[in-house]
Write a new protein. Structure first.
Length: 118
């Protein structure tokens, strides 16, 4: 494994997807993931993510640091907590979070994910 710094602005082919039908609540969002880094343990990942408008259910098994670079999202927990984030906002979604992601303006973020092995 190289010990070189990994830039998150080089050309990487995106993985394209949509939320699973059973999780989709509104719209027809298109998701793009550009993973730039995966550590040797396969537990830590970093990259860029973007999505078009829509709303879907989420259940996190990982801890994720998000830094919004464009657009606007509203994240709501199943317990009623609700927060809106836009460009420049940074937040962490902890493992165990259950709720919804709503993209109200096509958005993009930088992410760093840690998923502990059970």
């Amino acid at each position: 494994m190289s010990a070189a710094i990994v830039r998150l602005d080089r050309q990487v082919e995106p993985d394209l997807s949509t939320p699973p039908a059973e999780q989709l609540l509104a719209g027809a969002p298109q998701l793009q993931v550009r993973n730039f880094f995966t550590d040797a343990s396969q537990q830590f990942f970093a990259g860029r993510w973007s999505a078009t408008r829509g709303k879907w259910r989420v259940r996190y098994t990982e801890n994720e640091l998000c830094v919004m670079t464009g657009g606007r999202v509203v994240i709501a927990s199943e317990t009623g907590e609700r927060a809106s984030f836009g460009p420049g906002d940074a937040f962490v979604i902890p493992a165990g979070f259950v709720g919804t992601w709503e993209v109200v303006e096509d958005c993009s973020k930088i992410y760093a994910i840690f998923e502990a092995r059970g």
